[in-house]
Design a protein around this ligand. Structure first.
Ligand code: FUL
Length: 446
């Protein structure tokens, strides 16, 4: 009887292990079951900061969403210089640049063969220009990765009403972009206006995979990155990288919930605007965000392990307005001032990592990164500093993932440590670094 039970138990465990179902005490997952990112996702997360660029027919009409009837003859930037856009992004530390090749109005910024509603019908460069090409070339020149936004919702195209015909039309547009402009880092599929509409996602995604196997797919079809759920550049905390398989498409609707037990790695991107609007408007210059506002956004996006995609809209000259370009650079300079040089850093496997100083030093930030290629493992941790010969907790958290920035009131200390209190498997810390940024005493919570 006893042997029978034991046998059955052994058989059950063997089968469960074969199916990858073994649960550790407390319902924890076996470490080999943790979802892992692809190497492309790791590369994309390493970029951290990109610049979004909304430019098109709307720019010339003070509009955010036009209905596809604006006259292409009104698209006529007087001094378009894509290098000026990309240089400003590069100088600010942005690693990728995303251009609206077509927004919801259907107006195309490249000389597509699919429609006349494009720059070909505009007076700009006598109808011979190609904004997508100029931006792609500038990105190459400045070592910034390039990506495109192609709105599925198209308010101009007459065949939009006919699902099959429009799917073909959209795939042709996408293929032109996927094959004509070199390597793309990301393709942005915006869900706005497409509520209740199904596109031919299997074939759309197959095209991306075929022509741009390294590109991230934003938010629709079979996404490899997800929308964070708001347009304020703010990720909730914790913002775990994994989601359940059934939940993947919920993020397109802003309704998904990350889940530490999820089997799909789907990191979040936080899109945000430097001004109130996505496109340039003649009357919103005073809404330009301050460096402080942008830094708050940075702490809540990159500092929560997500990517920040910050929009700047070129004006009717086809230039980033000088004050926007300057603000972008000031933002980048402030990020560098705070984080380009750590006071001390450590890395390694295990529950504890410490850094120490020969003499007491002021510290007010810790930046911790997991080696995410091995999965997101940390579930709870504290940062402690030696104050008056005792370890004192200065910050605590749950998720780390790609990066967690903790800021705390300055401490004068001879040592700081990271201590993991709960994890799935052994924590693997790519970097634990401490900084003094001179943030105000009692500094804001990140
Ligand atoms: C939204 C769009 O409707 C906005 O116009 C903008 O493009 C933003 C990035 O995504 O869904």
């Amino acid at each position: 009887m006893f042997m029978n039970r034991l046998n059955r138990f052994v058989i059950f465990i063997t089968c469960a292990a074969a199916l990858g179902l073994v649960l550790l005490p407390g319902g924890a997952m076996a470490q080999q079951d943790l979802a892992r990112p692809t190497k492309q996702q790791v590369g994309w997360q390493d970029m951290e900061f990109g610049v979004f660029c909304h430019f098109g027919i709307n720019t010339f009409h003070d509009k955010e969403w036009s209905d596809g009837t604006l006259d292409p003859a009104t698209f006529n930037p007087s001094e378009l210089d894509a290098e000026q856009w990309v240089r400003a992004a590069r100088d600010a530390g942005a690693k990728y640049f995303m251009l609206t090749a077509k927004h919801h109005d259907g107006f195309c910024l490249w000389p597509t063969s699919t429609t006349d509603y494009s720059i070909k019908a505009s007076p700009w460069r006598n109808g011979k220009g190609d904004v997508v090409r100029e931006v792609a070339n500038a990105c190459k020149k400045y070592g910034v990765k390039f990506g495109v936004y192609l709105s599925p919702w198209d308010r101009h195209e007459p065949c939009y009403k006919d699902k099959e015909a429009y799917d073909e039309f959209y795939k042709r547009q996408l293929e032109e972009l996927l094959t004509g402009y070199g390597e793309l880092a990301e393709v942005w599929f915006d869900g706005a206006g497409s509520e209740g509409r199904e596109y031919d996602w299997p074939e759309i995604i197959a095209l991306v995979r075929k022509h741009q196997p390294n590109a991230m797919i934003f938010n629709m079809g079979e996404p490899t990155i997800r929308w964070v759920g708001n347009e304020n550049g703010v990720a909730p905390y914790p913002c775990w990288n994994t989601v359940r398989k059934d939940d993947v498409l919920e993020f397109s609707r802003g309704a998904g919930r990350p889940d530490t037990r999820g089997s799909v790695w789907l990191p979040a991107e936080c899109d945000a605007r430097i001004r109130r609007n996505w496109f340039w408007h003649s009357d919103d210059a005073e809404t330009l965000k301050s460096v402080d506002e942008l830094m708050r956004m940075y702490y809540r996006s990159v500092g929560h392990g997500c990517n920040l995609l910050l929009n700047v809209g070129p004006d009717r000259r086809g230039l980033f307005p000088e004050q926007d370009a300057a603000r972008l650079r000031e933002f980048g300079a402030e990020i560098s001032r705070r984080f380009s040089k750590s006071l001390a850093s450590a890395s390694g496997k295990g529950d504890k990592l410490s850094v120490s100083f020969r003499q007491a030093t002021w510290v007010d930030h810790a930046v911790t990164m997991e080696a995410i290629q091995n999965g997101e493992r940390v579930r709870r941790y504290v940062i402690e500093a030696i104050v008056e010969n005792e370890w004192r907790t200065v910050a605590e958290g749950t998720a780390i993932g790609h990066k967690k920035i903790d800021r705390f009131p300055p401490v004068h200390t001879k040592g700081v440590r990271f201590r993991c209190l709960a994890s799935e498997g052994k924590p693997q810390i790519r970097q634990f670094a401490v900084f003094f940024c001179g943030s105000p005493a009692g500094g804001e919570k990140s």
